[in-house]
Ligand binder design. Sequence first.
Ligand SMILES: [Zn+2]
Ligand SMILES: [Zn+2]
Length: 236
Amino acid sequence: MTMPIAAMIAPVTPLQQNCTIVWCTKTMKAAIIDPGGEVDRLVKALAEKGLTLEKIWITHGHMDHAGGAAELKVRTGAPIEGPHEDDQFWIDRIQQSGEMYGIPEARVFVPDRWLKDGDKVTLGETEFEVFHCPGHTPGHVVFFHRETKFAQVGDVLFQGSIGRTDFPLGNHQDLIDSITQKLWPLGGDVRFVPGHGGMSSFAAERANNPFVGDRVIAAMKAQGAAYQTPQNHSPG
Ligand SMILES: [Zn+2]
Ligand SMILES: [Zn+2]
């Protein structure tokens, strides 16, 4: 049996952000999730695989995830879906952050569709579910394909870490709640692409993650305000 979707990870920008090309294997229609930059390379990759871009999906408004969205839309005509509208203030800063990181082509945009918790987004003959997972940014969303148990979680969760919460409107407790109340219930066998670094599964993170592993969450509850969160050195 052929899988309904296939995916290819293409890290982009100096921050090595995991841009992902996913496609419906039946129709060869593709979505690019988090085109932070290097749009030329992404357009070439689509052509090489014989894919037609149908959607541009954005997990959150940070430049390394969303900086290339405007240019990709101009070149392909594909609509931009996501993130949640609480990330507008981050999208407004894309140009400024792009200049700071030496990515002058990073451009601001207004999504064709803001996403909210419980939304569905279609791709060819298949669909992904949307979960609003605030904490790293207030408008962060996660894309989940239930049939194949595949998720793109952006900077919510990493292999062995979680997203930074020291940015404006970041919130550590919101992030912990997003992960334990929205992601964990989807099942331990869910494999995910994080915004940076290697893939992992929810079960592996529940077993070992020093920020949100089951033992850590239990200790956090037992110790309350006395609990010391370890230093977070994650890239996003
Ligand atoms: Zn990032
Ligand atoms: Zn981020």
